[in-house]
Structures are given as C-alpha cells and as structure tokens.
Design a protein around this ligand. Structure first.
Ligand SMILES: Cc1cc2nc3c(=O)[nH]c(=O)nc-3n(C[C@H](O)[C@H](O)[C@H](O)COP(=O)(O)O)c2cc1C
Length: 202
C-alpha cells in the first residue's frame, strides 16, 4: 500500500471484531511510532500497552467519559510523554550540536534559544510541545495500522489521574492521548473535510 492510499483509506473505527490484536502486531505499530520525527530528536513518547479484557472494559467507562465503544477494542495504547526527559534530551542535543559545530552560528543560537525557553516554560506549554511530537508518532501508528488492515480511533477525552492510578504510570509521564486498536467491524464513509480554499491562507 502506498502512503497516499493509507492516508485516504484511514477512518476512525469504533466498532471492532472480537479477534484479539497480537503483541507482534502491536510491536509493529510501536515501531512505526519509534521512527517518527521529533523536536531535537528527543522522542518524548512513552506507550502503555493495554490489552487485558478487564482493563479495556474499565477504560470504556468514566476514564474515557463513558465512551462505551472502547470496550470492543482489541488493545488500547496510552500515549504518554516524559516531559523531564524531553528537557534533558533537548539540552543534550543542543550540547552535542554546539560541541560538533555542525550548525551555522545563527541556527545554533536559534536552537539554544528554543531549549532555553523550554526549560523555563510552564508545564502547560511543555505539554503542548511534547504533545505535538506525540501526535506525529500516533499518526505513524494510525497509518501503519491501516496498512495492516487494523482500525484505530484516537481518544482525546480521558481522566488522566484515573489512568495514572490504574496503570501505575510514572508521575512525570503526562498522558497525551489514547489510541484504540482492533480489527474493523465497520467501514465508515469519509467524514467531511474543509475545501482546499478554506485551508490555504491568502
Ligand atoms: C485530537 C483528537 C481527539 C479525538 N478524540 C476522540 C474521542 O475522544 N472519541 C472519539 O470517538 N473520537 C475522537 N477523535 C476522532 C475524531 O472524531 C475523528 O478523527 C474525526 O471525526 C474525523 O474522522 P476520521 O478520523 O474518520 O477521518 C479524536 C481525534 C483527534 C485527532
């Protein structure tokens, strides 16, 4: 399958067949995430694999604000971001760039400025920064899943504290999104999209 075919074929799937998603398939999806680009190559994403029936059932209640359809998923990936490591890795990347003098001075100053600002940024701003990186990793997963005839649906509504307690997520792991994965049992029509003229700025 060509990339453009996966982009065109992907839909949010909320109805799944009973067959489980194997660990091997999940590892292929996570490999697609692992290869995603990230700011300063910091790769802040961390994934919790939820594939136990009881845990998935639990997720379909109040932890996802009552999204009952989640119960049918073969697995749910909890995408977290380690903000502390993101800052450390970004600092290390800046030091490496400085020591190896690969960047022209103006660009080096630019990345140092970016990382310096990040060190002092409020947590909410940092959540946005790492969230952007995680979105790319999750998009890789969704497209790879499409190629593997798996269906996915992004879950943006969740109770972070409830997830942290249930799955023993580390305190520094901010939950960025959940992704339901399974074998599609529906073929939804494409959802409407804005016309090209609406998304190109004059
Ligand atoms: C950031 C984000 C949050 C989303 N949250 C949810 C959600 O909580 N529950 C849900 O059923 N779908 C959720 N979706 C899926 C969107 O509703 C879906 O992508 C959109 O309607 C377009 O449909 P398509 O994915 O089939 O093209 C979310 C998607 C994104 C990107």
């Amino acid at each position: 399958m060509q990339v453009h075919e996966a982009i065109e074929k992907r839909r949010s799937i909320r109805k799944f067949a009973d067959d489980p998603v194997s660990r091997d398939e999940i590892m292929k999806l996570l490999e697609a995430a692992r290869l995603a680009p990230s700011a300063m190559n910091a790769q802040p994403w961390r994934f919790k694999i939820v594939d136990g029936r009881e845990d998935i059932q639990w997720l379909s209640g109040s932890p996802t604000r009552g999204q009952k359809w989640v119960a049918g998923a073969g697995a749910v990936l909890i995408c977290c971001a380690d903000i502390t490591r993101f800052l450390e890795d970004a600092r290390a990347a800046v030091r490496f760039l400085r020591d190896s003098a690969v960047l022209p001075p103006e660009m080096q100053a630019g990345v140092e400025d970016y990382v310096e600002k990040a060190q002092n940024a409020p947590t909410e701003v940092l959540r946005g920064a790492v969230g952007m990186n995680c979105s790319i990793a999750l998009t890789h997963i969704m497209l790879r899943a499409t190629e593997m005839d798996l269906g996915t649906c992004w879950i943006g509504m969740y109770d972070e504290e409830a997830l942290r307690q249930r799955f023993n997520l580390p305190q520094q792991a901010a939950v960025m999104a959940l992704l339901a994965v399974g074998r599609p049992a529906e073929s939804p029509e494409p959802r409407p999209r804005k016309a090209m003229e609406e998304i190109i700025l004059d």
